[in-house]
Design a protein around this ligand. Structure first.
Ligand SMILES: Nc1ncnc2c1ncn2[C@@H]1O[C@H](COP(=O)(O)OP(=O)(O)OP(=O)(O)O)[C@@H](O)[C@H]1O
Length: 283
């Protein structure tokens, strides 16, 4: 669907992208993980045609008039207008259907209420993101690019945005989203690209990439710090929460034994940091 090969871009400040290649496929959610200044926005702007690369090729297989929809940095909204009015204006600008039924359909497609009559400046960050996505999806692009879509969202907002992104991918849209945080990308991406200093330093199917690297898990259960089974693995303990160090292969058996000892584990969260993904290849 989209193949970018050996993209290079330099600014006066230095090289922002170096021989960066990326592929997007229909129905697949790809994540771009990288620190601040790693080159994520530069890549997105090149993919959207907003910045011209110094070298490299970009091939997009699509017959649509608008192959890519994107929300880069903040969604650009008219803050003094309602969601409906924003969508109607952007639909008119982009020559998409702008009648009442169509605009209500756009609102519904991203889970925004039809009855909000107040300006979008009153909206939560999550609702603004949804409206930005609805605008990006005008004219049915086959590719959706979202730059840091989770920034400023609370956990509920993150969870409901992840649900929306998965629903869009299920409609065969190819999705690329960026973050400097592992947790959200881990939860929603099928494939991960890791960028550092403008270079692709790691990539792979999310589960395969992370399984080999996770060695610390945080478990929560009432009084779990007293669990005998966990004592050999303990890294840190707090009331009702412990961090243990073990491999991903060991986790199912450990959890089984903890349950048999009578501790009802309410969560088991793998801990992985961006640094773990960057350092192995940067050596
Ligand atoms: N228009 C520009 N002019 C000069 N330098 C730029 C420009 N845009 C980006 N850069 C530089 O290119 C590098 C990559 O920036 P970019 O915004 O692509 O990174 P990023 O990963 O999106 O970072 P962030 O998460 O902070 O937005 C940075 O060193 C940045 O300062």
């Amino acid at each position: 669907m989209l193949q970018a090969t050996d993209l290079n871009k330099s600014y006066k400040s230095g090289k922002a992208l170096h021989n960066f290649s990326i592929q997007l496929k229909s129905g697949v959610i790809a994540g771009l993980l990288g620190r601040n200044g790693a080159g994520k926005t530069t890549l997105f702007k090149i993919l959207c045609g907003l910045v011209t690369p110094d070298h490299g090729t970009l091939a997009i297989a699509s017959k649509r008039a608008k192959p890519i929809g994107a929300v880069i940095e903040q969604p650009g909204l008219y803050s003094y207008l309602t969601a409906y009015e924003n969508l109607k204006i952007f639909a008119q600008i982009q020559k998409a259907p702008a009648d009442l039924k169509s605009v209500e359909g756009y609102l519904e497609s991203v889970g925004l209420p039809l009855n909000r009559k107040d300006p979008v400046r009153n909206f939560s960050m999550g609702m603004k993101q949804r409206l930005g996505i609805a605008i990006a999806l005008l004219n049915d692009p086959e590719i959706l690019i979202l730059d840091e879509p989770f920034s400023g969202l609370d956990p509920t907002g993150v969870a409901s945005l992840i649900k929306l992104i998965k629903e869009l991918a299920a409609q065969d849209i190819a999705i690329l989203l960026s973050s400097h945080l592992m947790t959200e990308l881990q939860k929603c991406c099928d494939y991960l690209y890791v960028i550092d200093g403008g270079i692709l330093v790691n990539e792979g199917e999310t589960n395969t990439l992370l399984d080999g690297l996770i060695s610390v898990y945080t478990l929560t259960a009432t009084n779990i710090q007293a669990c005998a089974v966990l004592q050999p693995y303990l890294l840190t303990t707090e009331k009702n929460t412990v961090s243990i160090t073990c491999s991903s292969e060991q986790i199912p058996a450990i959890l089984q034994n903890v349950l048999e000892e009578g501790f009802a584990v309410t969560s088991c969260v793998p801990n992985i940091t961006l640094e773990q993904l960057v350092i192995p290849l940067a050596k």
